[in-house]
Design a protein around this ligand. Structure first.
Ligand SMILES: Nc1nc2c(c(=O)[nH]1)N[C@@H](CN(C=O)c1ccc(C(=O)N[C@@H](CCC(=O)O)C(=O)O)cc1)CN2
Ligand SMILES: NCC(=O)N[C@@H]1O[C@H](COP(=O)([O-])[O-])[C@@H](O)[C@H]1O
Length: 222
């Protein structure tokens, strides 16, 4: 039976997560730490890496999680086949929600996962986002522009980089003397709370997508 798309309208406990990674896996580790501490009611049922040999895979394997490696994005395969190499193992795992957690490749969201893929971006969308804006590049662009606040954005993923409806944003100040490294560390502290918070809202059945807006229902079903 096909899995329904869109955020759930009823609570899921524990929510089953698939986590897509490309680098160090600090976002994945934070989720695992929150789950172990009992502050996030979730289970990671699948990890998908965009390339072999990355630290995120070692972290996943240490935690005993199943890892799939996506087809190489640099191979000239069509976007459907690339997406299938990511979503086939995720579908088989029975995941309720997919997290792009420091994932650096563009994915095409299959129909049965629309509204069930969330990305975290280390900047305040719509500034400093889209192709070419990832990791330290986002922070350097914010500093170069001279903005006084930055932060992170958690949003539903559409088929374009960083364009889907926004679930929540957290801000951090930019301080005198900041470089991209210092700002990245401050933003990452905000990311550590923002992503689990969004997962919890999704799992509680409190999110609905209304055009570009994400509505957040009050706690307790009021
Ligand atoms: N369908 C979607 N896929 C992805 C989204 C999304 O919103 N919808 N978000 C990105 C994550 N992202 C920032 O949050 C991001 C990641 C990477 C890039 C980028 O420019 N990548 C480079 C390749 C970098 C590399 O492989 O080392 C590129 O495309 O040339 C932009 C934004 C995840 N996917
Ligand atoms: N486009 C998303 C992005 O640039 N995310 C950035 O990747 C790092 C986490 O990666 P990790 O979880 O692999 O350590 C973090 O710096 C995060 O801001």
């Amino acid at each position: 039976m096909a899995t329904p798309s869109g955020p759930p309208s009823r609570p899921i406990s524990p929510i089953r997560l698939a986590v897509c990674v490309s680098g160090g896996g600090t976002t994945l580790q934070n989720l695992l730490d929150r789950i172990a501490a009992g502050s996030l009611d979730a289970r990671v049922v699948q990890v998908v890496a965009s390339r072999p040999g990355i630290a995120a895979i070692a972290k996943a394997e240490k935690a005993g999680l199943p890892v799939a490696v996506a087809a190489s994005a640099r191979q000239k395969i069509d976007v459907e086949s690339y997406s299938a190499s990511i979503f086939d193992p995720i579908r088989a795992s029975g995941a309720d929600l997919v997290l792009l957690a420091g994932f650096l490749a563009l994915v095409k969201i299959p129909a049965d996962f629309r509204g069930r893929v969330i990305n975290i971006h280390p900047g305040l969308i719509p500034s400093f986002c889209g192709k070419g804006y990832y990791g330290g590049r986002v922070h350097q662009a914010a500093l170069d522009y001279g903005v006084k606040v930055s932060g992170c954005t958690v949003h539903f993923a559409s088929d374009q980089y960083d364009e889907g409806p926004i679930i929540l944003q957290k801000t951090v100040p930019i301080l005198e003397g900041d470089d991209a490294h210092a700002l990245a560390a401050r933003v990452f502290e905000a990311e550590k709370d923002a992503l689990p918070e969004a997962v919890a809202l999704f799992a509680a059945g409190r999110l609905s997508i209304d055009g570009r807006r994400v509505r957040i229902a009050p706690a307790g079903g009021a």
